[in-house]
Structure formats: C-alpha cells, structure tokens
Design a protein around this ligand. Structure first.
Ligand code: NOJ
Length: 549
C-alpha cells in the first residue's frame, strides 16, 4: 500500500504483483479468470501487502498467445470484462491502496487487428502493408526473406495468400504467426500508439508495462541475423542483432516518457527487455527513457551463490550510473515456476518454457524458494511477484497434451511444452478443483492438480508456518524494518563460501545460506524473520532477516 506522503516515486521500491488474469479468479463461471474476479480478490492482495498489481493483457484478442495478440488496444475482451468494470477495478484498487499497471503490446498486433486484415486483403500494393513487414520471399518467393527465427520456434516469417488466390508475400512475426510485427519506422504506428498510451493514462492507470521492448526496431533492409536452422531465440546472448535491442527502440521510449511526464502521480513505464547483460539493460532506463525494467539476469540465475551475487552486483552497478532502481523477479507467466526450478539439479531458467524436464525435488525447491523471497525482498529497489508464488505453487509439469495452449508447443514440433504449466488457475479454497477459482462443477481452462488442496489460500491463511504467511510477514516487515524501508545501499559481508550475507544500513542484515553446512549466527543480531524454523544457526537453503547487529 502506498503512503501518500512518500516523497520518492512509489515505483522505486514498489512490490508489484503480476496478475495473469485468465488464471487469477473467475466471477462468471466460464472457467476463465476475469476483471470482476480480480475485483473480488482485491482485499486479498491488499492484505498480502503488495503495492501494485500488473495485469497481463485484457484486450480483445483471439488468444493465440494468451492475449499478447491484441486486436483492439482500447477495449476489453468480452470474456474478461468491460471497460466499465476496469474503471471500477481501478477505483476499488486505489481505494485499498493498490496501484494498477497495464500491459502494452506494441511490437505486434493480432493478425485479426483491422490494420493487418486490411493489409492482407489489399494485396501487395496496399498502403496498410507499410505498417507491418511484408516482403517478397527469396528463391522466386518460395523461401522466407531472411533467416530470422520466432521466439516460439521455427521461422519468423509466414507467407500470405493474396486476394487473387495465389501464394504471395511473406510477413514478419518474431512471435507467433498470429502476431505480425509492426514497423516502428512508420509514423502512423507512432501516432496510433500515442493515442493508446494516452487512452490508458487518461483512464487513470498508474503504469504501463512495455512488452517485448527490444523488438521494436529492425535494421533497415532486414539483413540476415546469422541464425542457423533450428536456432533458438536466445536474446540474452545476441550482440548487434538486426531485430533485437537496436538503438532506434530508445527513440520510442524517450517519446513515451515525455507523454507520461505530462500526467500527475508518478506514472510508471516498465520494460520487459531480455538483452545481453546489465549494461545493455541500463540503456532502457536512462533518465529520459523508461523508469524501470525487469531483471532477467536475476530470474535466470541458478540456485548458486556466485551466480546470484554476480547478477545482483552486475545489475546494481550497471543501473546506478543512470539513477534507475533495480527490480528483482523470480517468476512470471513466461517462466518455469521457481519452486520447480530450484528443485532441479540444473536450477537456472531457460526462456519461454524451453526448459528440458528433469527430476524435481519439490521439498527442496520450496525450501529454496522460501529463502529466495527473503533475499529478493531484502535487496535494494523494487520487486515483482508472480501470482501463486506466495502459495509456493510448483510448475504443473504433467498437463495432458490436449489442453496445452501455448504456441511454443506446436511451434517447437511438440518438443517444448511451453508456459502453460505456470499458468494453471490459482487454488483459493476447498478440497478439490476448481478450488474456488470458478463455480463448483466448472472446469478451469487448465486443469488444477488434486494435490493443490494443501496449497489453497484458505489452507494457508491461518497457518503461521505457511508460505503465504511468510510472504505476508516479509512484505509487512519490508515496510517497517530500518534499512529495508529506507533507500539504504547494500554492503556485502563475508560469512563464508556459498553464503550471501549483506547489510542494509547499520541495523539490518540478510543471510542466505546456499551451502551444505549450517552458518552460526552468534552476535549478528536478532532474527526478525526466518524462512525455516531455526535456532542459533542458519541451516542450508535457509534465509534470515536480522535486526540490531
Ligand atoms: C512477452 C510476454 O510476457 C509473453 O507472454 C508473450 O508471449 C511475448 N512477450 C509476446 O508478446
């Protein structure tokens, strides 16, 4: 909850809770989460203690990519709600002290967007084609115009059937074929999105998350990227790539920053940018660009002290010169849930559900996840939580193949299951599916595991040892503990190999034990919160917040 008299912009230290709307709470019994479901659960989120919610796309969409294929950026999909309900959500969220961030998908539209339909229907000379990337193919038109690959697997080009019935030009889609890329070299695209950005800011939203920010400029002439057959979309490794992280994207963000500054109330622009290292990331949050950006180096780090510390130090060092706060994130609707990741021998995250399945020690994963949230919430800056992580939900790895919806599944030739396993609807209450997510007797859009009966909100709410209670306590203490509530920088302490220990100011210390032996705590302060029950020493895979010193 924000404090009105806080002089720092709220987003510098905010904890933002990601709502994957389709899977959060369903109010009308169709098995899909919706705006009114979210409204009904606002008291839960306020009580949890987060500052803001980010809602994934709720716009009219054929749902080829879970709503990231938008056919109208200024309306709400009727399956999810109405604009009137969104206005009510906004007022009610503000009423309980929560801010609201919306998702802006500007790199691409849906193939059902009126612009794209007109571009296809108008034939090769249609002026609407200049808003996208339509090109003739190579080899007499038979082969894609270049070697670019889609994030979901396969080529980034699809060929259209022209109005005369013959196969014709190709169009670019860095994501699914149902998501044609817009050409941001076109003034009409800028104008359109100016209007969309203003539409949402005028409605009173507190922030905008910019989807796929590094994709929003392509090298003139669309040269080959050097991607071989079967290449993966490994944007965190690309250097000088013709379709990713190009300098021109920053012009758009400078322009949007100016628009946002015309509004009162510290509106936030936050980017999703998976780029090659923290120095490239820092370019998105220069003083006249976006305010914050997700930190994928931290998210992708395996449960290993050296790698995590390198990600923390690297990001803090890179963002300090531009004056932007760091955000810390462990999970999202695009990644294998971290309870599952941390229970694997190879505990780092691979992008877009391309994680090879491997045996999971669920208890170990949960133990590490509980320690990880104390680490995350003790670091300087802001944090993003993904719905359900406060319940310790694991990835659902055994969804039947016939329910899988993520385009990754088909595009990878059914080799990568994709991201559905982290999108299974939340369990709220009761002993069997749908666990209060939707009306009893209705099947949620993805099936929930029976064993989630032990992980429901109702089952955890009054249990002081539950993961939900740990998150609530941590979020409360974060507001009140000296060091955490202030802008104190982090100072590392040496408590031995594989132990992450740091102070925030003279009276707060966080110790996370990633080693295999216990770490003695004598003389280090009084435990204010621990991720596991402990006495006198920190057991392996455990974190503690200490006060006093
Ligand atoms: C990133 C989003 O988080 C993801 O879910 C989506 O598939 C791509 N961008 C394309 O919009």
């Amino acid at each position: 909850m924000h404090t009105p008299d806080d002089r720092r912009p709220w987003w510098r230290t905010a904890v933002v809770y990601e709502v994957y709307l389709r899977s959060f709470a369903d109010s009308d019994g169709d098995g899909t989460g919706d705006v009114n479901g979210l409204r009904s659960r606002l008291p839960y989120l306020a009580d949890l203690g987060v500052d803001a919610i980010w809602v994934t796309p709720w716009y009219p969409s054929p749902m080829a990519d879970g709503g990231y294929d938008v056919s109208d950026h200024r309306d709400i999909d009727p399956r999810l709600g109405t604009l009137g309900e969104v206005d009510a959500l906004l007022a009610e969220a503000h009423g309980v002290g929560l801010r609201l961030v919306v998702d802006l998908v500007a790199n691409h539209t849906s193939a059902e967007h009126p612009w794209f339909r007109a571009a296809v229907a108008g034939g090769p000379s249609a002026p609407e084609r200049t808003r996208y990337f339509f090109r003739d193919g190579r080899d007499g038109g038979q082969a894609p115009p270049n070697d670019w690959v889609s994030a979901f697997g396969g080529p980034a080009w699809t060929r259209v059937r022209e109005p005369d019935g013959r196969m014709g030009q190709w169009y670019l889609h860095l994501f699914a074929p149902e998501q044609p890329d817009l050409d941001w070299a076109e003034p009409a695209v800028w104008e359109e999105f100016d209007g969309i950005v203003r539409f949402w800011l005028d409605r009173g939203v507190d922030g905008i998350r910019v989807d796929a920010a590094p994709a929003m400029a392509k090298a003139p002439g669309l040269p080959d990227a050097g991607h071989g057959p079967g290449a993966l979309f490994e944007s965190s490794r690309w250097v000088d790539n013709p379709h990713w992280d190009r300098d021109e994207v920053h012009e758009v963000f400078r322009h949007w920053r100016k628009i946002a500054e015309g509004y009162d109330g510290d509106r936030l622009l936050v980017s999703e940018a998976v780029v090659n290292g923290p120095e490239r990331l820092a370019r998105y949050v220069r003083p006249d660009e976006l305010h914050t950006t997700f930190n994928f180096d931290y998210l992708r780090a395996p449960w290993d002290a050296t790698t995590i510390r390198a990600a923390v130090d690297g990001t803090l060092a890179a963002l300090a010169p531009v004056g932007a706060p760091v955000t810390w994130v462990l999970s999202s609707h695009d990644e294998t849930r971290h309870v599952t990741r941390f229970g694997r021998a190879r505990s780092g995250a691979a992008p877009m559900g391309f994680d090879p399945a491997s045996p999971v020690d669920r208890a170990l994963g949960l133990r590490r996840a509980r320690a990880a949230i104390l680490l995350t919430l003790a670091l300087p800056g802001g944090a993003y939580l993904y719905q359900g992580e406060e319940l310790g939900l694991p990835e659902v790895e055994d969804l039947p193949e016939e329910v899988l919806q993520d385009p990754t599944w088909e595009r990878s030739g059914r080799t990568a299951r994709g991201r559905d396993g982290c999108r299974v609807p939340l369990p709220w209450s009761g002993n069997r599916p749908p666990f209060g997510f939707t009306t009893d007797g209705v099947r949620p859009w993805l099936p929930q595991p029976e064993e989630w009966r032990e992980l429901t909100v109702a089952a955890q709410r009054n249990d002081p040892a539950s993961t939900l209670s740990l998150y609530r306590s941590a979020l409360r203490l974060r507001r009140s503990l000296p060091g955490l509530a202030d802008d104190e920088p982090l100072t590392w302490q040496d408590l031995g190999d594989d132990v992450l220990a740091f102070d925030r100011g003279p009276r707060f210390r966080c110790v996370v034990n990633l080693s295999a032996r216990p770490v003695p705590l004598a003389g280090q302060g009084e435990p204010a919160l621990t991720s596991e029950a402990m006495a006198g020493e920190v057991p392996p895979d455990t974190a503690v917040w200490l006060v006093g010193g």
